[in-house]
Write a protein that binds this ligand. Structure first.
Ligand code: ATP
Ligand code: MG
Length: 269
């Protein structure tokens, strides 16, 4: 079911005007064995917007987004409580592989498959799931995904070259293309530029803003300036709790919570 569902926006228990919500976390907690890392989070993610998750190292950002595509449960001792609703349906009641097609993920370090060509990397999701499509359809998916990832012009004459021979920034855009090839509804980005130089970072940031027209983006970032540049809404996480969640401009100019203000002024590094 692709039509969007309107929910009341849930922000720290208060309600605002109804928005077009694609993903809703309801009382979400995540554990490693007995220890609760993510604590009772309620968060509604707006469709076709960029949402940043910001917070100090170790506060649970990666753990939180790994819950959203069912990867957390693959870690030893990793369990969750609460609900994660995609278009109103709990992803924990869906097939995990289907969830990962709808909710793609890109990691901190570019990780193209080392033995695969650029072309194969883009369609890796199909190859690894044993999905065979006619060559012309695959060609279209490759061109479309690489174009959306702003990489097509740079690689179109070298599709048979291995993905790992590209620059770091190009590799990260290849990983974004690989995620986009599955036509996800949501793209999770975990500090996607922290291994890149400023020029490659700028290119990815520009891409993120373009991509939100076709996919909802959730980005974890340490970089406060990056959150300010690319995101519509920002959530601030501290010690596993959601402290504040607001439109980015509002959170950056008039933070409600002292901890947010201290983070923004560099107190937690
Ligand atoms: N596989 C694991 N087993 C046990 N504990 C873990 C595991 N992975 C992470 N943790 C713990 O969970 C907490 C949150 O880690 P997480 O990686 O989610 O933080 P983060 O906010 O992404 O930090 P960073 O900004 O450094 O990437 C940390 O205390 C960490 O030690
Ligand atoms: Mg992390």
């Amino acid at each position: 079911m692709k039509e969007s569902v309107l929910f009341e926006r849930v922000i720290l228990g208060s309600t605002e005007e109804a928005k077009d919500i694609i993903l809703q976390l309801v009382n979400l907690s995540a554990y490693f064995c007995e220890s609760r890392i993510v604590k009772n989070i309620n968060l509604a993610i707006e469709k076709n917007k960029v949402t940043s998750i910001m917070g100090p190292s170790g506060c649970g950002k990666t753990t939180l987004i790994r819950c959203i595509n069912r990867m957390h449960e693959m870690s030893p001792g990793g369990t969750t409580k609460g609900e994660i609703l995609l278009y109103g349906k709990d992803i924990n009641n869906m097939n995990a592989i289907e969830v990962r097609k709808k909710i793609g993920m890109v990691f901190q370090r570019p990780n193209p498959f080392p033995t695969m060509t650029i072309y194969e990397n883009v369609i890796a999701g199909f190859i690894l799931n044993g999905i065979r499509l006619p060559k012309n359809i695959m060609d279209e998916i490759v061109e479309d995904s690489l174009s959306k990832a702003a990489l097509w012009d740079e690689v179109k004459h070298n599709l048979g070259k291995r993905g790992i021979y590209l620059s770091g920034g190009q590799q990260q855009r290849l990983c974004i293309a690989r995620a986009l090839a599955m036509k996800p509804d949501v793209l999770l980005l975990d500090e996607p530029t922290s291994a890149l130089d400023p020029k490659a970072t700028a290119k990815i940031e520009e891409l993120i803003v373009q991509l939100k027209e076709s996919v909802t983006i959730l980005i974890v970032t340490h970089n406060i300036a990056q959150a300010a540049r690319v995101s519509d809404n920002t959530a601030f996480l501290y010690l596993g709790e959601l402290v504040e969640y607001e439109p980015t401009k509002k959170l950056f100019t008039i933070p409600r919570d002292k901890r947010t203000e201290e983070y923004l002024t560099g107190k937690y590094g």
